[in-house]
Every structure is written in structure tokens, then in C-alpha cells.
Design a protein around this ligand. Structure first.
Ligand SMILES: *Cc1c(COP(=O)(O)O)cnc(C)c1O
Length: 427
């Protein structure tokens, strides 16, 4: 059977398939560059594993208190090496990205301190963490104040606004690398470096924290290399390589990590407890695969932009633009198009392909959200997934794909569902 017949059998019309082939043929040079970047990051990870002498025993977990867990402690050294931190905390007890970020913030802020976000409003789930909405246990409840410097209309840092947001009480300054659910651009590591430099010139003892979700391995360097003090992310995104079933990490200055360890477990226990259970094999193997998996996801995102830009949809970033994370926003303009897009992504999934996603009131988000994900690890957005809040401009945030070929199939299916829904015509 011919490939185009197989696509046809899978429900992809000839026109959709051929449109995709043309789009793909224009991306060869781009994909070659991504492969080179993946090679660099792959060697970085292997080198760290060699340096820290990762052994087969590291893959076996511990139970109970987890004292002397060699696998866990060695993995934390590997993360610290790869991300250029003094130390790291990489744990299955960190339940997700929001938890990792909240842990990093709560542990390094004290009552009376001010927390300043200089990349506009942080990711939606941090509203409750900060206490923008009244919420039990928020930073606000603990007497931590919050200020924010919005970005300029062109998504760049507003240095005047940053200067006025920082004062003597500023303890932690946050930069979110990836756009999250906003239609701004994501920051390059160099742009983050400039902003850090500026912050430190105003207040040298402010700690700069980077929300690194979705940014890992997308460039040849990470935020700690340009002066960030600590950063955090989720293991069911890039660094878990699709294999980690749970987990989060915080990497950075020794003191920041010690603070985080003492809050994750308990003062006095700190990093010494926390059994790794059965998680270590997938943490190591996932981190090992993460550079190529991230590259696959990035190629998928570029393919999506190439396809939808060609059809007149606003894409952030544009297909030809440099990428600083694996998220592709496609502004679909109507709720119907957004839902059809997500239905297509779902239909192309290896798991739960027969399910139809519906918008719902997701905890932590203010608008209804539609999510498509048929993933091996529940909710893992390094796997092919799409989601979007039902608000203008009805942007689908597309990300992931453990293989580029699956991402490509998903995008074609998304386009097909939009064609079927009468939202677009290729004829
Ligand atoms: C995903 C994400 C988070 C939150 O991570 P969860 O694992 O969903 O809790 C925070 N910030 C950014 C930029 C993200 O992309």
C-alpha cells in the first residue's frame, strides 16, 4: 500500500495530504538545523551521565524514607551539570510544573518580600499561587506582595516598567520563558540574559527565577547560563522525554535549592528523604531521550505553523521565526475552528483516539479550556497535545509529539477536521 493511500484510509483527504507534503518540503533546511541542535544537547546529556558515573544501580529505586538514594542523588547531579546549576532537586514528589514553580517561590520568599514578574502576568495556574484570586495558602496569605511589569506591545521587556516595579523589598524576580496561554512571543535565552542583567543592575541581590517550562533543550543553552539564579520545570514536558510518569525539577544556586528541599520535605530533613520508588529508570531514560524528543516536537510545531500560516491563520511564532519553546499558537478565530482542531489532534492519537474533547472548567484556569491529548502519560504535553482557552482569538496551543511523524499526522488530522467542519477549504 502506498503512503498516500494509507493516509486516505486514516481519514486524510488527498488534498490535505498533498498540502502537507508541499509544506514539509519547504522545511528541510530548518529541520536540518534542529537536528544539529539536538545533537549538541544529546552530547551534553550523555557527557553529564558519563561524568557523574551513572550506573545500572542508579535505575533501581528506593522505598520508605529513601535515605541514601544513589539514583536520585546522582540524577540531581546530572540535571545540575546539564543545566549549569550548582545544585538540583529532581523528584517524583514534585507533582507537576505549577508545583515546582510554587515550591521554588514559597521556599525562597519570606513575609514582607515582594515577588515581581517582569514578563507580564505569569502562567494562569500561578494566579492562585500568587493570590491574584483569593486562595487558601497563597503567597499573598503569607504576606508576600506581588508586582508586575507588563511587556511592551511587541512582546519585549519594558525596562522602564521593570525599573519601577523593583524596590527594596523585591526578593524574587520571575521571568517566564515560554508564552504559556498568552499570544506574546517566547523569550530567547539571550533576551532573558539581557533582562537579568538589567534587574541585577538595579538590585544586585534580587534572585532571578525562570519558569523554564517547555524551554528545555530548545536552544544550545539554558537560563542559568545567562545569570538566572534558579529555574523550574515539569518532567511531563521536555526534560522527561515522554517517559517520566510524573515529576518536576528545580535547578540553580545551592541556597535556593536547599530552601526548596526544606520546604518540599521538612526543615532538618531536606533533600535526604524522598524515596524515588520506581521512577528512576524513566527519569534517566527520559532525560537521555529529551533532546531528540524535544527536537521532534519542535519540528511538529514548525510544520503546524507552515501549514496554517499558508492558509491565512496568524501563527505565533511564525514558521520562519526562531523558536524558544515547543509551543505553537495558531489563532483560529472561531470557537468552532478551535474545537475542530482539537478534535483532529485527539483523533490522531495512539490512545483515546475515539474520544471527542469538550470544553470544560479546568481548575486553575479562568476561562473554559478545551484540551486534546491521547497520551501514554496522562496530561503529558510533551506528547502530542493541543489546548486552548475559549476566549479570543481562539488560539490553539499545539505542542509535543514524541516523534515528528506523529506530530505531522496530528496536524494533518486537525486540518482535516477543520475542512470537515466547513471552517476551511483547500479547493
Ligand atoms: C505547563 C506550564 C506551567 C505549569 O505546569 P503544569 O505541569 O501544567 O502544572 C507553568 N508555566 C508554563 C510556562 C507552562 O508551560
Amino acid at each position: 500500500m502506498d503512503l498516500s493511500d494509507l493516509y486516505k484510509e486514516a481519514g486524510i483527504d488527498r488534498e490535505v495530504y498533498e498540502y502537507g507534503e508541499k509544506a514539509e518540503s519547504r522545511l528541510k533546511d530548518r529541520f536540518d538545523r534542529i537536528d544539529k541542535l539536538a545533537e549538541l544537547n544529546q552530547i551534553k546529556v550523555i557527557q553529564a551521565m558519563r561524568k557523574e558515573r551513572v550506573s545500572y544501580d542508579c535505575l533501581n529505586g528506593t522505598t520508605g524514607y529513601g535515605y541514601g538514594d544513589v539514583g536520585r542523588d546522582t540524577l540531581e547531579k546530572v540535571y545540575a551539570d546539564v543545566f549549569h546549576g550548582e545544585d538540583a532537586l529532581v523528584r517524583p514528589q514534585i507533582t507537576c510544573g505549577t508545583h515546582a514553580i510554587a515550591l521554588a517561590l514559597f521556599s525562597n520568599l519570606r513575609p514582607g518580600d515582594t515577588f515581581v514578574s517582569i514578563a507580564g502576568k505569569p502562567y494562569d495556574t500561578l494566579d492562585d499561587v500568587i493570590g491574584l484570586n483569593p486562595c487558601k495558602g497563597s503567597l499573598a496569605e503569607y504576606g508576600v506582595k506581588y508586582r508586575q511589569a507588563d511587556l511592551k506591545p511587541d512582546s519585549s521587556f519594558d525596562f522602564d516598567a521593570i525599573r519601577s516595579a523593583i524596590d527594596d523589598t523585591t526578593k524574587v524576580v520571575e521571568i517566564q520563558r515560554s508564552k504559556g496561554y498568552a499570544t506574546r512571543k517566547s523569550f530567547s535565552v539571550d533576551e532573558i540574559g539581557e533582562a537579568i542583567h538589567f534587574v541585577k543592575s538595579i538590585k544586585p541581590d534580587a534572585l532571578v527565577f525562570v519558569d523554564n517550562c517547555y524551554g528545555e533543550f530548545v536552544e544550545d543553552k539554558e537560563p542559568l547560563e545567562v545569570g538566572a539564579d534558579f529555574m523550574a520545570g515539569s518532567l511531563i514536558k521536555n526534560p522527561g522525554g515522554g517517559l517520566a510518569p510524573i515529576g518536576g525539577y528545580i535547578v540553580g544556586k545551592e541556597e535556593c535549592i536547599e530552601n526548596a528541599a526544606n520546604r518540599l520535605t521538612s526543615p532538618g530533613l531536606g533533600r535526604e528523604v524522598g524515596a524515588s520508588l520506581e521512577a528512576m529508570r524513566s527519569f534517566y531514560q527520559g532525560f537521555f531521550l529529551a533532546p531528540t524528543v524535544t527536537a521532534a516536537a519542535e519540528k511538529g510545531a514548525i510544520f503546524a505553523a507552515e501549514v496554517f500560516e499558508g492558509l491565512g491563520y496568524e501563527c505565533v511564532p511564525k514558521a520562519a521565526e526562531d523558536r524558544h519553546d515547543i509551543i505553537q499558537a495558531v489563532e483560529l478565530r472561531t470557537p468552532e475552528a478551535l474545537c475542530a482542531f482539537c478534535e483532529g489532534i485527539q483523533a490522531a492519537s495512539p490512545i483515546d483516539s475515539y474520544v471527542k474533547p469538550e470544553p470544560w472548567d479546568m481548575p486553575g484556569y479562568s476561562d473554559q479550556v478545551i484540551m486534546a491529548a491521547g497520551t501514554f502519560v496522562s496530561g503529558a504535553s510533551i506528547e502530542l497535545s493541543a489546548d486552548g482557552p475559549l476566549r479570543k482569538p481562539y488560539a490553539a496551543y499545539f505542542q509535543g509529539g514524541l516523534t515528528y511523524l506523529h506530530a505531522k499526522f496530528g496536524i494533518l488530522m486537525a486540518l482535516q477536521h477543520m475542512v470537515n467542519a466547513g471552517e476551511i477549504s483547500l479547493k
